[in-house]
Design a protein around this ligand. Structure first.
Ligand code: F6R
Ligand code: ZN
Length: 187
């Protein structure tokens, strides 16, 4: 059944707004435990609770072969020398891959193989696509000075497992070193 309402969405590539799509907003307090520099986190949290990112999700159908997608907006900023980031997750259905398309701004994605812990930092830029294989934890960072927007497309049945990351976090962090995003091992 071709339900026209579900076939088309319009989004604003600068603000990430997508009329009609349910939007999740994450503020600094939602990211407690994610940043390596806990003293810098507490100092920032005492000063306010800014919006770090939002995701508008489109879930047209949930059959075995269906796709969902989300438009993300991630604000620029840092906690200590670590960039504003998303919580990061694995997919509950581990085989589920995803791809991200950069729209505006300058970001990177941290990818971590669940089995080996092998980590990669990939640029997420306008006209660039990052492929996230299954079994790979993924987190997005804004490494520029303007809002970062992007689209992520994933199987409808992927699901989000935040618990595994909440327990052990990512093995690596992305920090600014000599004005460059740099991936280093978490201490
Ligand atoms: C969906 C996906 C993205 C993220 C978004 C926010 O599978 O990877 O749409 O949901 O970048 O990040 P999280 O979900 O980690 O808060
Ligand atoms: Zn995902």
């Amino acid at each position: 059944m071709l339900n026209t309402e579900k076939l088309l969405s319009q989004f604003n590539p600068v603000t990430g707004e997508m009329p009609g799509a349910p939007m999740v907003k994450r503020h600094l307090s939602d990211l407690r435990g994610c940043f390596a520099d806990t003293a810098a986190f507490e100092k920032a949290a005492a000063a306010g609770n800014p919006l770090l990112y939002s995701v508008g999700a489109v879930e047209p159908a949930s059959g075995a072969g269906d796709l969902h997608y989300g438009v993300g907006l991630l604000m620029p900023g840092k906690i200590g020398d670590e960039y504003y980031m998303t919580k990061g997750h694995l997919h509950s259905w581990r085989e589920a891959a995803e791809f991200y398309i950069g729209l505006t701004g300058e970001g990177v994605m941290l990818l971590e193989d669940e089995a080996t812990g092998e980590s990669r930092m990939m640029p997420l830029r306008p006209n660039g696509v990052v492929y996230v294989p299954g079994h790979t934890a993924h987190r997005t960072m804004n490494v520029g000075d303007k809002p970062l927007t992007y689209i992520g497309v994933y199987p409808a049945k992927a699901g989000h497992d935040y618990t595994t990351i909440a327990k052990k976090n990512f093995r690596c962090v992305v920090v600014e070193r000599d004005n460059q995003p740099t991936m280093i091992e978490r201490k």
